[in-house]
Design a protein around this ligand. Structure first.
Ligand SMILES: [Zn+2]
Length: 84
């Protein structure tokens, strides 16, 4: 899964509201919601949309880390000795 995080700060707004989502459009949708209720922006300008998309792309790249799981399952799983 590719979770992307976006904050209003990423586009230069003085707001620490963070949005997470797995796709650009999911984040964009949530941001439009937030912009409307928190910033009184009912219509995003092309400039804002461009900045948001750019910020999302940047985040997605910097978070492209591999799974570094060193867990080998359950090596010493002892069955419950209690029985009848
Ligand atoms: Zn905000």
């Amino acid at each position: 899964m590719n979770i992307v995080e976006f904050t209003c700060r990423d586009i230069g707004m003085d707001c620490s509201f963070a949005i997470t989502g797995s796709t650009d459009s999911e984040i964009m949708k949530k941001f439009i919601d937030h912009a409307e209720s928190a910033h009184n922006i009912s219509v995003l300008t092309a400039d804002v949309i461009f900045k948001v998309k750019k910020a999302i792309k940047k985040e997605a790249k910097s978070r492209n880390s591999d799974h570094l799981s060193g867990d080998n399952g359950d090596p010493a799983h002892v069955p419950d000795p209690r029985g009848d």
